[in-house]
Design a protein around this ligand. Structure first.
Ligand code: FUB
Length: 603
């Protein structure tokens, strides 16, 4: 890795302050798309109607003035504007032979299995899982390939079934993977590093072309693309194309320049999704950001008629048009976020993730929510040691009064989850802001009910608002679809759910009170709903308690989140990464930027 380290050291003297340390004021823009973590090296993967985004993760505390990266993260979106946090399904600790450097990943599906290729400890490893959100395990117990230049894997499976693994800094290497995706035939080979293929660089005899690192390899309309980070530092993104998977490659130009707000590295991932094309990259634009605290962003773009990729500028707005409306009548994970201010996410004791560290005034924005003919109740699953907080709902901005103020009552303990409910009156399509007052509680998911509930896709019937609207603590898994051992001692009669089935003999315990845009909001509170046990509740197509309602739009794991999405979050700070040796100018610049709560909205 010495060449890489030297490369980054050379930047320290080269960059002006503004190019390294950028602090952006909080806004409601959509870029960077993740605000709860510093993320880098985006690797998007389309699976059905969802794009999964695998990223590397810059730790909040930078050690030895170098990349401090211990695990990888996964996010998902069905609409390209709201991103659900699935936590960390893989860390370098998952590889018994590795000791750190959890750098740029790539994830890919083959035959229902998911493969996570990662540079770690001067090698490339491969992990496998049954779900795109893991948990992933080391597939072979040893490196797939080893060399200090072998970083930044990119895998593409061609139409004929042949899988290719490209990687490398400062040369581009490849190997043909076998069908099992965890072994290969033949040798690692280097792609000829010609200026015809990768453009001309001058002044560095060891790096005669613009190719630096971060290949992103794919095929589209019979043309093969090799997108790559271009040197010298600070990096830009460029691309080459070929009519064959192994070249020869023809350099096609710059896609993204290095602008103010970019890091000294950049790293691209490109997908087509729901009829549009998207370009992922990273910047350093979260508050507290820097060269080792980067943030993934995305832009929509269109290919030219000849397959060319236009020049793309980074924007604060990011994707302006959602790929599809968000359905609020199914369970929506609280960690589904277009933009947040102040909150954090963590593995949830019920499975999956939840929102935590909620303080007074913290906010989550969810974009393009389609309430249709209307929602008349809002259910929210919270854990609150004491009551007194609230979730205020705003539409399309924070101006004016909230359309609902939903009290958060004590759930009986900080790790005791209950579903509470309040009345609302919302119709049409809106950006939804959930603004927290009081704080001091955790938040797992939310769901609306009402006449606007779609009936065509079956989501409503499976979700069962009646069964989810209980105030009783359960031990059921979160989204496990019937795996619960919980017992409901109360259930709410579903309001306007046209797909109800099963009997519901419970009733809402109402403690009355909050005013909702002129209407009266009734909140179910802990212990209040004590009438007869629900036997499935309204629309409870799957058995199980409130934590078990099978949902669309929730966790994609077929085996349920409880076992799949805790992610292990092995967030232990590892020992020092490879040190570039000594503190340079860059470290001095960064000294003031490593505060834990220094990201969006944090002060
Ligand atoms: O994230 C660590 C390294 O920075 C990656 O391997 C490179 O692509 C660059 O983004």
């Amino acid at each position: 890795m010495m060449m890489t380290i030297l490369k980054y050291r050379s930047l320290i003297a080269a960059l002006p302050l503004g190019a390294v340390l950028t602090v952006t004021a909080t806004s409601w823009a959509d870029n960077p798309i993740v605000q709860t973590n510093y993320t880098a090296d985006p690797a998007p993967m389309v699976v059905g109607d969802t794009v999964y985004l695998c990223t590397s993760h810059d730790e909040d505390v930078t050690l030895d003035n170098f990349f401090t990266m211990n695990d990888w993260r996964v996010y998902s979106s069905k609409d390209m504007v709201n991103w659900t946090d699935h936590g960390s399904p893989l860390s370098y600790h998952s590889f018994s032979w590795a000791s750190g450097k959890a750098w740029a990943p790539h994830c890919v599906e083959r035959d229902g299995k998911f493969y996570f290729y990662v540079p770690v400890s001067d090698s490339i490893g491969v992990a496998v899982a049954d779900s795109p959100i893991g948990p992933f395990e080391d597939a072979i117990g040893e490196p797939l390939v080893s060399n200090y230049q072998y970083i930044d894997p990119s895998v593409f499976i061609d139409d004929d079934g042949q899988a290719y693994l490209y990687f490398g800094n400062p040369r581009l290497w490849h190997v043909a993977l076998n069908d099992d995706m965890i072994s290969f035939t033949g040798q690692v080979e280097q792609i000829e590093n010609t200026t015809q293929s990768f453009g001309q660089r001058s002044g560095d005899a060891d790096r005669p072309t613009l190719y630096e690192e971060g290949p992103w390899f794919y095929e589209r309309n019979d043309q093969y693309y090799m997108i790559f980070a271009m040197g010298p530092l600070p990096e830009r993104i460029g691309y080459a194309t070929s009519s064959a998977p192994l070249g020869p490659w023809t350099y096609r130009g710059v896609i993204m320049e290095n602008q103010s707000g970019h890091a000294f590295t950049n790293h691209a991932g490109v997908v087509d999704f729901k009829g549009k094309s998207y370009f992922f990259y990273h910047t350093q634009e979260l508050p507290g950001g820097g060269g080792y605290k980067r943030s993934v962003a995305v832009e929509e773009f269109s290919y030219g008629a000849d397959g060319s990729i236009p020049t793309i500028s980074k924007t604060a707005e990011g994707v302006s048009e959602s790929a599809e409306p968000l359905n609020p009548f199914v369970r929506v994970e609280a960690e589904t976020i277009a933009w947040e201010q102040g909150i954090e996410t963590e593995p949830c004791s019920e499975g999956g993730m939840n929102v935590t560290e909620i303080s007074d005034g913290d906010t989550i924005k969810v974009e393009a929510v389609e309430f249709g003919a209307g929602a008349d109740s809002f259910s929210y699953r919270v854990a609150a040691a004491s009551g007194g907080g609230a979730i205020e709902l705003y539409l399309d901005g924070e101006d004016g009064d909230p359309v609902a103020t939903c009290a958060v009552e004590s759930s009986g303990g900080a790790d005791t989850w209950v579903t509470q409910q309040c009345a609302v009156n919302i119709t049409g399509a809106h950006d939804l802001l959930l603004r927290f007052t009081g704080g001091g509680f955790d938040f797992d998911w939310w769901q609306f009910a009402g006449p606007g509930e779609p009936t065509t896709d079956g989501a409503g019937g499976a979700t069962g608002t009646g069964s989810t609207t209980t105030t009783t603590t359960t031990t059921g898994s979160d989204g496990g679809g019937g795996a619960s051992t919980s017992t409901d001692t109360g259930a709410t009669a579903s309001t306007g759910n046209p797909q109800t089935s099963g009997s519901n003999t419970g009733s809402v315990g109402t403690t009355g009170g909050a005013t909702v845009g002129g209407a009266t909001a009734a909140s179910a509170t802990t212990g209040a709903a004590t009438s007869a046990a629900s036997t499935g509740g309204s629309g409870a197509a799957t058995s199980g308690g409130p934590g078990d309602a099978t949902v669309t739009g929730g966790d994609p794991s077929s085996s349920g989140k409880g076992s799949s999405d805790d992610g292990g979050c092995a967030c232990a700070v590892a020992g020092p990464s490879s040190s570039p040796g000594g503190l340079g100018l860059l470290s001095l610049m960064l000294l003031g930027t490593t505060r834990r709560r220094s990201r969006a909205g944090r002060s």
